[in-house]
Ligand binder design. Structure first.
Ligand SMILES: CC(C)(COP(=O)(O)OP(=O)(O)OC[C@H]1O[C@@H](n2cnc3c(N)ncnc32)[C@H](O)[C@@H]1OP(=O)(O)O)[C@@H](O)C(=O)NCCC(=O)NCCS
Length: 461
């Protein structure tokens, strides 16, 4: 064994060869001959989760693995094998049957969801990048770069015009052309009668069972989808495996979900999905009510659901993550000091086809803008966007180089991704030196990219 380990340590990391067919991610895309990127075979799904666990210091239990397999198709997953090393089992998981997957050691993973995502005034076929992990033994050798290049190329070949991800380490992804497009707020709210006032009884709040909630909440969610940039259509599997659980990643074992609807007559005008602490509280402490998701078709409906949560006996704090920022609930509170808000990075976007993505959204004012876009070669260039009075746009790439003209703006692809949903103002990023150009053109672009609805990211994927 010692000799075996000694020999492994002496092996080189392989010959570096260029991979011409992949997306250039702004650096040298290289491939070591010892590493092969492959589409995942279904039998290796557990090995895939094992690599994520080892990389992210998790221990994903069987129930979570089963839920993940309901939404993440193995044929949309990619992994890297180190052909020098044998397959290794995860010692924390029982080996239920003989492993039928590839014989080499899986050392890196990446998955893609096919998301039908709302953008201002339209929808986009989006590749949701997930399950990014590289074994601790194989880091800083370019495996993430290699897998991402492969995954984005695959997404573009399927006609997807953008990619999106949630980043544990946001600093990694700008170099690949990703920009933070959605800020998410997490509120800790003092739960008391004073903060939002007493219930008005209109709409009426009723608690229902899981099946009724799923039918009603899903129908309401779908009807209001297009008003919320950043939200995507959810399949039944997605609702059941990702939303109707206290935590899809197993953070609240034993927590019991509760389901509430807001009714005006027979019409469902809102829903609230919540749970309380999984552990019993000291009787004097008061518990935490975790809001998994809250939605009302109008302010009165949503406010009544918030009141229902805030006026709960035995609860001292509401915890509400995945809220838009700014969030109307802060303006609705009688004393906003009772809401402690933390704002963090939510969804990051990356263009795969800039012209088609820019043409897919609507704009607030008409006009023409030339954009000299810097960044990875596959998206860099000079783009011309022309918006008509109905807010529709036509955009084309007129050059593959970001040649700025007297009347163009200059920015990086990751900055364009930041303003794409209207969540970040062009004028603000221009003041921060991220967008350059004549003042009148920046002012026009600023107004053009505004959108009345704040983007939101309701869930990590
Ligand atoms: C983060 C992770 C996926 C990076 O994989 P990797 O194969 O080591 O990354 P690469 O070697 O391809 O590096 C690509 C670039 O990202 C940079 N990078 C990698 N990890 C980084 C980190 N943690 N922080 C900042 N930059 C990082 C590298 O320096 C390199 O930049 P350069 O090419 O401009 O010099 C890997 O370290 C990992 O699995 N970490 C734990 C799990 C995790 O955090 N996953 C979620 C990421 S959202």
């Amino acid at each position: 064994m010692a000799q075996h380990l000694h020999n492994l340590g002496r092996q080189s990391q392989g010959t570096v060869v260029h991979v011409p067919d992949n997306i250039e991610l702004g650096g040298e895309v290289t491939k070591h001959t010892n590493y092969v990127v492959e589409q995942l075979v279904a039998d290796a799904f557990d090995a895939f989760v094992d690599v994520m666990d080892i990389s992210c210091l998790e221990d994903t239990q069987t129930s979570c693995r089963t839920r993940l397999a309901r939404v993440l198709r193995s044929d949309r997953c990619f992994c890297v094998y180190d052909t020098r090393l044998p397959h290794v089992t995860n010692q924390n998981q029982p080996e239920t049957e003989v492993f039928k997957g590839p014989c080499h050691q899986m050392v890196a993973t990446l998955g893609l969801y096919d998301l039908d995502m709302v953008v201002p005034g339209g929808r986009i076929e989006m590749a949701g990048v997930t399950a990014v992990s590289v074994r601790p033994t194989h880091r800083r050798r370019g495996l993430l770069r290699q897998m991402l290049s492969h995954g984005l190329q695959n997404a573009r070949a399927r006609g997807q015009t953008m990619a999106a991800l949630w980043a544990t380490e946001p600093t990694i992804y700008r170099r690949f052309g990703f920009g933070s497009a959605v800020k998410v707020a997490t509120h800790l709210i003092t739960a008391c009668l004073e903060i939002l006032g007493p219930s008005l009884g209109d709409p009426m709040i009723v608690m229902v069972d899981r099946a009724t909630f799923l039918d009603s909440a899903r129908a309401l969610y779908d009807r209001n989808l297009d008003k919320r940039p950043g939200v995507f259509r959810r399949s039944t599997d997605w609702w059941e495996a990702r939303q109707l659980v206290a935590s899809p990643f197993g953070s609240f074992p034993g927590a019991c979900l509760r389901y509430a609807l807001a009714l005006r007559g027979e019409e469902v005008v809102g829903y609230l999905l919540f749970h309380t602490n999984s552990e019993k509280q000291d009787s004097n402490d008061g518990g935490v009510l975790f809001i998994r998701e809250i939605f009302g078709t109008d302010v009165a409906a949503e406010l009544e659901l918030w009141r229902f949560a805030a006026n709960h006996d035995l609860v001292s704090t509401l915890r509400a993550p995945f809220r838009p920022y700014p969030d109307p609930i802060i303006a609705l509170a009688r004393d906003s000091r009772m809401i402690k808000t933390t704002v963090s990075e939510g969804l990051h976007l990356r263009f795969l086809d800039v012209a088609n993505a820019l043409s897919a959204r609507r704009y607030a004012i008409s006009g023409k803008i030339d954009i000299a876009l810097e960044g990875p070669d596959d998206v860099a260039g000079l783009y011309c966007i022309f918006v008509t009075s109905d807010g529709r746009a036509q955009c084309r790439r007129v050059a593959k180089q970001p040649i700025a003209t007297d009347s163009s703006v200059r920015l990086h692809a990751s900055t364009l991704a930041e303003v794409f949903f209207g969540g970040h103002r062009v004028s603000y990023l221009a003041r921060a030196g991220q967008i350059e150009g004549p003042t009148d053109v920046i002012d026009r672009m600023d107004l053009m990219f505004l959108h009345r609805n704040t983007p939101v990211s309701l869930e990590i994927f």
